[in-house]
Ligand binder design. Structure first.
Ligand SMILES: [Zn+2]
Length: 490
C-alpha cells in the first residue's frame, strides 16, 4: 500500500514538472539563475532566456539579449526584500516574471577559540632586516634580506642588540631589536595556508601576488645561473592550485613552487633577461608582492648613446661633520668624493643621461635617506664614490669596486676593469659587501673606492684634480661598456 502511494506521488510530480516546463516554453521566458529566496552577497546575477529578438527589461532597465535568447544583469541588492521584475516584450506580446530576493548580511564568523601561545612573539617594524648570525664587523653583521613590517615571529632569545627569532620549524635568524616590538601576551606567530597566485605586467615591472592568510617571514635568494629569484615563505603550507601568468610578461619567464619543508613554501621566479634591474619583496595586505623591474625601455633604442635617457644615481660619501678618511696632508675624503661625483655628473649629462645626487653640497645625509632619494628619483642604477683608508702607507694600495648582490657583479667588475686602465694598483673586486648603499635590491648598485687616502703614493694621485677627472672618466667608460653589454644581450 505504501509503495502504491509513493508511486502515485511520483507520477503526480512528473506531470506537474512536465506541465510547468510546457508553461514556461509557452511564455518564452525562463529565469535560470537568480530567482533565489535569500542571499548573503550584495552582488546578485539574474540570468534568463526568452524568445530571441525581444526587448528584455529587468526592473525597467533594458538589458542586452544575445542571439541565443539569453540575457542577464547584475543587481546590487539592498538589505531586506528586493523585488525583481523581468519583462519581455516581443512585438505585441508581453510576458513577465516577478519575484523577490531577500538579502541578509552573512552571519559573523564564529570567533576562533583562542589558543594561548606561551612563548613571546615579536612583530617586525618598517626597515626590518634579518641577520644570519649574531656576528658583526665594522658595518654590522651579515644581512640576509629586508623584511616587510607587521610579521609576527616567535622570539627565542636575545643576543646583544639582536632578537633570535624562529622563521619556521627548522629555521631561525636574528633581527635587530630596534626593528621589532614585543607583541601582547597571547599573540601567535604567523602561519598561513597559501592561496592562488597571479603574475601580471605592471608597466615598468612584472608583479607576482601570492595570497596568504597572514604576513609570513621570507628569505630571498638570487642566483644568476640558473637566472632565478627564489623567495622562501616560512611558516607557510602550500595550497596554491591556481597560478595565472599572462603572456605579456617582460622580466619574468615563469614561476613555480616547491614545498621544501613541512612549513616552507619555495617560490621560484625564472627570469628572462641576463642583466638585472632590480626587484623588491613586500606585502600588500596579506598578499606577498614580488616586483621584478623591466630593462629600461631606452636601452632598446640602439641608435642612442648607451647612457642616453638613463637615470643614474650618484652618491658622494660622507659630508658635513662626517669627514670620512683624512689624508696625511689633511685632505678630507668627503671633499674629494663630492668633487669627483660632480665631475662624473657633468660627464654623464653630456652623454644624455640624467643624474640624481644624494648630496650636492657639504652636508651629511643619513644612509636611509640616501636610499630614499634614489628610490624616489627612480634611478636605473647607482654609483657610490668613496676613498679608502688603511694598510701600508708607503705603498700604492690601489683601487677596488664592491657589490653586495651577485646580479650586480658584472657592473662592479666592468668599472674596476676600466679604472685599472690607469696606472694604479688593484685592491680587488669585493663581493657580498655589507655597505648600506650596496644593500638595496631594487636598483643595481656599485661602490667605487677610488684610492687610499692613507697611502702616500695614492694620496699624491688623489690630490691632483686632473687625476680625479681621469678616474671619473674611467668610471664613465665602465658604465658605457656595461650598458653596451646589456644592450647586446637584449
Ligand atoms: Zn668613505
Amino acid at each position: 500500500m505504501k509503495q502504491k502511494i509513493n508511486l502515485l506521488s511520483y507520477l503526480v510530480l512528473v506531470m506537474m514538472l512536465t506541465l510547468t516546463g510546457y508553461a514556461q516554453d509557452n511564455t518564452s521566458l525562463r529565469i535560470v539563475r537568480g530567482k533565489t529566496d535569500t542571499v548573503f552577497a550584495r552582488s546578485h546575477f539574474v540570468i534568463g532566456v526568452a524568445e530571441p529578438g525581444s526587448n528584455v527589461y529587468i526592473n525597467d532597465i533594458l538589458v542586452k539579449q544575445y542571439s541565443t535568447g539569453s540575457f542577464g544583469t547584475e543587481l546590487m541588492l539592498q538589505h531586506g526584500d528586493n523585488p525583481v521584475v523581468v519583462r519581455v516584450v516581443s512585438g505585441a506580446k508581453e510576458v513577465s516574471d516577478n519575484f523577490s530576493v531577500f538579502y541578509k548580511q552573512a552571519p559573523a564568523p564564529q570567533p576562533v577559540k583562542t589558543t594561548h601561545f606561551n612563548s613571546p612573539v615579536v612583530v617586525t617594524k618598517k626597515g626590518a632586516y634579518l641577520n644570519s648570525s649574531s656576528g658583526a664587523d665594522r658595518l654590522g653583521g651579515n644581512k640576509m634580506n629586508f623584511l616587510a613590517e607587521g610579521i609576527a615571529l616567535e622570539l627565542l632569545g636575545v643576543e646583544g642588540n639582536l632578537y633570535k627569532v624562529r622563521l619556521s620549524e627548522n629555521r631561525t635568524a636574528f633581527i635587530p631589536r630596534q626593528f621589532a616590538d614585543v607583541a601582547p601576551f597571547g599573540q601567535m606567530p604567523a602561519t598561513s595556508i597559501s592561496s592562488s597566485w597571479s603574475v601580471t605586467n605592471a608597466g615598468n615591472a612584472d608583479r607576482i601576488r601570492i595570497a596568504l592568510e597572514n604576513r609570513q617571514p621570507y628569505l630571498v635568494y638570487r642566483s644568476v645561473d640558473p637566472n632565478q629569484l627564489v623567495v622562501e615563505l616560512h611558516g607557510t603550507f602550500n595550497n596554491s592550485n591556481w597560478i595565472t601568468q599572462y603572456r605579456n610578461l617582460n622580466s619574468i619567464e615563469h614561476v613555480h613552487l616547491n614545498q621544501i619543508g613541512s612549513d616552507v613554501l619555495q617560490v621560484v621566479v625564472s627570469l628572462k633577461d641576463k642583466y638585472s634591474w632590480g626587484y623588491s619583496v613586500d606585502y600588500v595586505g596579506n598578499s606577498l608582492e614580488i616586483i621584478v623591474k623591466h630593462t629600461p625601455k631606452v636601452l632598446y633604442e640602439r641608435s642612442r648613446n648607451p647612457l642616453a635617457g638613463l637615470v643614474i644615481g650618484l652618491d658622494a660619501g660622507h659630508g658635513g661633520p662626517a669627514n670620512g678618511a683624512v689624508s696625511p696632508s689633511g685632505i678630507k675624503e668627503k671633499d674629494l668624493n663630492l668633487d669627483m661625483v660632480l665631475a662624473l655628473k657633468e660627464m654623464i649629462e653630456k652623454k644624455g643621461g640624467k643624474v640624481v645626487l644624494s648630496r650636492s653640497e657639504d652636508i651629511d645625509v643619513p644612509m636611509q635617506q640616501r636610499g630614499e632619494i634614489f628610490r624616489n628619483g627612480k634611478v636605473d642604477l647607482m654609483v657610490s664614490v668613496h676613498c679608502n683608508a688603511g694598510g701600508n702607507p708607503l705603498r700604492p694600495m690601489g683601487t677596488s669596486t664592491y657589490y653586495r648582490h651577485i646580479e650586480y657583479r658584472p657592473l662592479a667588475k666592468t668599472i674596476l676593469n676600466r679604472i685599472m686602465d690607469l696606472e694604479v694598483g688593484e685592491f680587488g673586486l669585493v663581493g657580498n659587501f655589507n655597505f648600506s648603499m650596496n644593500a638595496p635590491t631594487d636598483f643595481p648598485t656599485v661602490l667605487v673606492e677610488t684610492l687610499f687616502m692613507s697611502s702616500l703614493p695614492d694620496e699624491e694621485l688623489l690630490a691632483s684634480p686632473k687625476f680625479r677627472r681621469e678616474m671619473m672618466e674611467k668610471v664613465l667608460f665602465g658604465l658605457e661598456e656595461y650598458i653596451s653589454e646589456v644592450r647586446k644581450s637584449l
